[in-house]
Design a protein around this ligand. Structure first.
Ligand code: AHR
Length: 518
């Protein structure tokens, strides 16, 4: 699908962090930008940088965990170390679709007594429940992250979910806290973020929003607050542009919802026939995927309108609980395992998407890219004992500086990336100031052919110099890391920014992402 999509960010102008001008640039490769350091668009919630780990493919088994010499699953230190370096604000588990098939009771107690089930959703493989609640909580503790547990609404009962909540959170004397203690954990884990079903319009039960809203109310009622933990109740949100779902669920259950979990993937090609390839693509595929990624802005805008109707105070978080690129899985990988490579193209869709989240930070407070290891747009790929960091990992690393920082409104002439008579905004950006007063600017140029010069007026910014810069770019559109060459695409130091007469001039190469510290 090719559409003229220039200047779409103007739709969120009022609260926009990267509001764009409506004037055309003098030529296609020089662009102006201003940053309003006196004003603030609000805090970039660190939870926007959240992750997701489902019992799917090699995400859990052979991803976050591996077998030791005795055949028992242990946490993979190399993977955990890399994730700790990145910083993981939250981790969503056990699904995804798997959540509505998951009976938590199968995953507690002695491992040799845990039943095996078939993971019909993802490859029909045997799930022996080696990783259950205690193991997940151990991982969360190692990662020093906030768990997001998604309960089973589709095939479970209210009692099941209420008992799971009690099992992980009850501080005193209760049947479930006793059971937890018998299984080796006396203290509650105090899990706050709790999903009430996943994609209940689809794999989570094929429900209509009216029905789900009532069911949600019922399930959510039994998540009782305890002394040290109050549930943050997350309702299943819409699929992509299904605004009616949001309208109905918010109208009927909004008073009991703390977060609404929208899912939207970026695909090239179509769900029905063929999705695009992760590595083997041409410029038409590049353009199409970028176009699809930018759609996130329109989709969030549409859902915000619905949420504003029912929650004008913006109490309820819009959570983009699953996002990222979804390609045909790698040839030769196990069907249903959704294992895909990750190139510079994926990386730039990620930076553009993060910019969009920042532009909507009045409502978007949490997001989870799918999925952490070996599944879809992963941070990390593993092969036996080997591991590599994907280009998307490096984007999250370059964007670390914006987490929890104050977003600064910007006015950017985005220019146009033209391809065969169509065009997209070429540039995307985020500017923020951290607690220590440092200003960071990230700039993405999605145009694979044209380098761009961005001129940033420093007069109002109270900064005088560029302290450092890093860039992610490559000659090839499909540059990626392999187990033979894991550092083929990594951030490099960037020296293409200079200050001249109070103007910061950034020479942004084609298909690149740059983060500067000022
Ligand atoms: O992330 C893969 C799947 O995509 C999830 O299980 C589901 O929620 C979504 O449709």
């Amino acid at each position: 699908m090719k559409t003229l999509r220039s200047f779409t960010l103007a739709s969120s102008l009022a609260l926009s962090l990267a509001a764009c001008t409506t004037t055309s640039p003098q030529n296609d490769s020089t662009h102006t930008m201003t940053v309003d350091t006196d004003d603030s668009a609000g805090e970039i919630n660190p939870h926007i940088y959240g992750h997701f780990a489902e019992h799917l493919g090699r995400g859990i088994y052979d991803g976050l965990w591996k077998k030791d010499a005795d055949g028992d699953y242990i946490i993979r230190d190399d993977v955990v170390d890399a994730l700790k370096d990145l910083g993981v604000p939250n981790l969503r588990w056990p699904g995804g679709c798997f959540a509505d098939y998951y009976f938590w009771q199968h995953g507690i107690g002695p491992k040799d007594e845990r039943p095996s089930v078939v993971n019909n959703l993802w490859g029909g493989v045997t799930e022996d429940n080696s990783v259950g609640t205690h193991e997940f909580m151990e991982l969360v503790a190692e990662l020093e992250t906030d768990p997001i547990v998604v309960g089973n609404v589709g095939s479970g009962t209210v009692e099941d979910m209420a008992n799971w909540w009690q099992y992980v959170n009850h501080p005193g004397d209760s049947p479930m806290s006793k059971l937890r203690a018998e299984n080796g954990r006396a203290e509650p884990w105090n899990v706050e973020y709790w999903g009430v079903g996943n994609e209940s319009w689809g794999c989570g039960g094929n429900m209509r929003p009216e029905y789900y809203a009532d069911l949600y109310r019922r399930f959510a009622t039994f998540l009782h607050p305890y002394e040290d933990v109050k549930p943050f109740r997350i309702a299943a949100g819409a699929a992509g542009a299904d605004y009616n779902w949001t309208d109905v669920v918010m109208e009927r259950a909004g008073d009991m919802i703390d977060g609404l979990d929208l899912h939207h993937y970026t695909i090239q090609g179509s769900w029905e026939t063929h999705k695009g390839q992760a590595v083997d693509f041409d410029e038409s595929d590049w353009f199409e995927l970028m176009d699809r990624a930018i759609e996130m802005d329109e989709i969030i805008t549409g859902h915000k309108e619905m949420m504003d109707k029912h929650d004008p105070e913006k109490r309820v978080w819009l959570i983009v609980g699953e996002w990222g690129t979804w390609h045909e899985q790698e040839e030769g990988s196990i069907p249903g395992f959704l294992y895909q490579q990750n190139t510079l193209r994926d990386a730039l869709t990620a930076s553009v998407t993060l910019d969009i989240f920042h532009q909507h930070l009045d409502r978007v407070k949490m997001a989870n890219i799918a999925q952490t290891v070996n599944v879809l747009q992963a941070m990390i790929l593993t092969d036996g004992e080997q591991m590599l960091l994907t280009p998307t990992y490096h984007v999250f690393d370059l964007y670390k500086v914006h987490r929890g920082a104050t977003a600064l409104p910007i006015d950017l002439d985005q220019g146009q990336y033209r391809y065969e008579g169509d065009s997209l905004p070429a540039l995307s950006a985020t500017a923020s100031r951290d607690d220590e007063g440092r200003t960071h600017i990230s700039l993405t140029n999605i145009d694979p052919n044209v380098a761009r010069t961005v001129e940033i007026d420093l007069e109002e910014m109270n900064v005088s110099d560029v302290k450092s810069g890093r860039i992610l770019t490559a000659d090839a559109m499909n540059a990626h890391n392999t187990f033979d060459n894991p550092e083929n695409l990594v951030p490099q130091s960037f020296n293409g920014a200079r200050v001249e007469d109070g103007t910061l001039i950034v020479e942004l190469p084609a298909k690149s992402l740059v983060t500067l510290e000022l």
